[in-house]
Each structure stands twice: as C-alpha cells, then as structure tokens.
Design a protein around this ligand. Structure first.
Ligand code: NAD
Length: 352
C-alpha cells in the first residue's frame, strides 16, 4: 500500500501527523512518503505542484493530503498560488468524484448550530463532480473591452460522459445505502445543468431500485438547513457541490469533522479533510484532526478495500468523542478540551 503524504500549508502538517500516527498504529504494511504541495511546494521548488510531488502521487495507490493555502501567497501570480496545485493534482490524477459524507455523531448534536432534533441521526453523502464545470471551462479570464471597461469570463461546461460517470458513482453508492439519489442542478436557467438532469434521468433506467429526485440548487441550499435528514445521496456539479458541501459541514458541528475522498475511475484516490488550511489557527496545536483521521479511514475503505480497518478507525473516533475528548471547535460544557496532538493520541488509544 503505497501512500503519498502531502501535508501542505497552515494546519496541514499538524493534522496529517495525527492521521499518520493512527495509520501507523494499525497492523498494516504501509509505505508512506512525504512531499510538499501548495505554498510548501512553492517554497521548496517554485511550483505549488512540484514535478517530484506529482510523480510520487502518480506512482502511489493513494494520496493523503492536509490542506493548502495561506494569505501570504495571495499576491502571487495566479498559476503560482497554492490552490492551483490542488486543482492541478486533482486534474492530473483524474479525480473526478469527490465524496463528502456529512455524518452527525450523537455526541456532537449540541455542537451544531441547528436544533438537535433537526440534525441528530444525519447521515448524508454529497457527491461532487471535481474536474469539470465553471472551474475549468474555457474561455476564462479578465480582458478589457473596446470601451475600456474590464470584463471577467468563466465558462460552465459539462459533456455527457462526464455527467454519466459521476452519476454512476452516485447510483452505485446509493445502492449500498438507502437507495435514494437527489441530483442538484439549476436546469430552469442553465443549459449545462439541463443536460445534467437529462443524463441523470437516462442513467436512472439502469438502477430501477434507486429513487431519483431532482432539486434546484437554491432550494437544496434551503432544504439542507430546513430538513437535512430527507437526503441520502446528493450528486451535483463542481461549483454547486463546493458550496453545498461546506454548508452541510456546519450541520455536523464543525468543518473540522468532515472527511473527503476524491476518486478516479479505478478507485485510486486522494483523501483530505473538507476544510482549508486555517492559517488563523496554524501552529497552535488547536486544530481538529478528526476530519483528516476520518479521511484516512475512507482511504482504507475505498482504495484499499479494507472495510475492517476503516471501521476500526471510525469506531475509535466515536469512542474518543464518547470519552469526552473535544478540540476547541467542538468543545461543549463538561468535556475534556484537548489540542490537535492529544486528540490524535486519544484516537490511537481508542483503537485498542
Ligand atoms: P478554512 O477552511 O481554512 O477555515 C475556515 C474556518 O474554519 C477558520 O476559522 C478556521 O480556523 C476553521 N477551521 C478549518 N479547519 C479547522 C480544523 N480542522 N479545526 C478547527 N477549526 C478549523 O477556510 P478559509 O479560511 O476560507 O481559507 C483559508 C485558506 O485555506 C485559504 O488560503 C484557502 O484558499 C485555503 N483552502 C484550502 C482548501 C483545501 O486545501 N482543500 C479548501 C478551502 C480553503
């Protein structure tokens, strides 16, 4: 099991160290190699995705990533910024399917800003297309018009096969869950997503057991807050998924709890927390490492087909929470407030 470990920037190195610690505590034959990405890549090799890092990622079975980005790089030319490294590695590895489970641990029902009865028992999987849409469509850019006014252009674009392959991931996952897929679009206004809806309907004929529904993205944003438990699997494009999955993260109490997997067609994957590099709390040993630790569990499940050890990690996280361990972002009265490193230790201790 060859794993490229890319800590990245901000809290990345702190949280990835905890996930590595948990993986090492399992009795597995893992070959883990570290490399820089994002701002760290720019510092090391003048490139947010250094060639050696990309080579390592391509040669590995899976990538475990922290996060990239720091305000200090905001003035760099766009192609040198940390986020570019992330977009490029996803594209280079052809990681088109982003899986973001939003699961509310009963112990954290009080940490959510929503009423416990609205969120308790929540178990939702958001599937976001990751390599197409307005984030990659051409033409793009800022140009100056004849009258001297500046104009910004981005292009929303999906072809049929891109929609079909992400739809298939959603239907396949729904078959292993509650057999419900909600496809989110804006088919009333955007032709790209009108095609999205047509392809989803065509695909659903191959999955007669799965109930397919459609929702406009504005309504989906509202329903996620109003009654999130109505959803099982939600599938959507890159930009809508970006926004909805962050919204869903707050249902679970903290963005620090949400893992993610990005897969290619052969289940090679990159695993990372859904949050960013949190430069505001970096280096203080207060970040929540659980999203990264849970991402490592997803890695064992989806790339290495090791359900038993994936569950072992997830159960250890549950146990640590049940024992009252909380990082600052999920702390409630009467809990044991711990730092990033100590939370990693608590999960390792709970493995046994
Ligand atoms: P962010 O997710 O980094 O932080 C948002 C808020 O959540 C902050 O208050 C932060 O302290 C908190 N937070 C995030 N993760 C946490 C954790 N594990 N434990 C406790 N608190 C946590 O988003 P942002 O502030 O908008 O962006 C900061 C940087 O991260 C930017 O440079 C941005 O481009 C980058 N970013 C990277 C990724 C990625 O690497 N996948 C994703 C989003 C943002």
């Amino acid at each position: 099991m060859k794993i490229a470990v890319l800590p990245g920037d901000g809290i990345g190195p702190e949280i990835v160290a905890q996930a590595v610690k948990v993986l090492k505590a399992l009795d597995l034959d893992l070959d883990m190699t570290e490399a820089p990405i994002g701002g760290a890549g720019y510092e090391a090799a003048g490139d947010p995705l250094p060639e050696a890092t990309l080579k390592l990622a391509k040669e590995s079975d899976a990538v475990l990533l922290g996060a990239v980005g720091d305000w200090k790089y905001d003035k760099l030319e766009r192609h040198l910024r940390p986020e570019r490294g992330l977009l490029r590695i996803r594209k280079e590895l052809n990681l088109f399917a982003n899986l973001r489970p939003a699961l509310l641990y009963p112990e954290l029902a009080d940490a959510s800003t929503l009423k416990p009865e609205v969120v308790s028992g929540l178990d939702l999987m958001i599937i976001r297309e990751l390599t197409g849409d307005i984030y990659f469509g051409q033409p793009r850019g800022i140009s100056t018009l004849e009258n001297g006014e500046r104009e910004g252009i981005n292009t929303m674009r999906y072809n049929e096969s891109e929609i079909r392959r992400i739809g298939r991931v959603a239907f396949d996952i729904a078959m292993k869950r509650n057999k419900k897929v909600c496809s989110v679009d804006k088919a009333n206004v955007l032709e790209t997503t009108e095609l999205w809806r047509q392809v989803m309907i065509e695909l659903s004929a191959e999955y007669p057991e799965v109930e397919l529904s459609h929702m406009y993205v504005d309504n989906a944003a509202m329903q996620l807050i109003r009654a999130p438990k109505q959803f099982d699997v939600m599938v959507t494009g890159n930009i809508f998924g970006d926004i909805l999955s962050d919204e869903a993260s707050m249902l679970t109490g903290s963005i620090g709890m949400l893992p993610s997997a990005s897969l290619d067609a052969n289940n090679k994957g990159m695993y990372e927390p859904s949050h960013g590099s949190a430069p505001d709390i970096a280096g203080k040993d207060i970040a929540n490492p659980l999203a990264t630790i849970l991402s490592a569990a997803m890695m064992l499940r989806y790339t290495f087909n090791d359900e038993a050890n994936a569950l072992k990690i997830e159960n250890a996280v549950k146990k640590a929470l049940a024992q009252g361990y909380r990082t600052a972002d999920i702390v409630t009265d009467g809990c044991k407030k711990v730092g990033c490193n100590a939370m990693g230790d608590a999960v390792v201790a709970a493995l046994n």
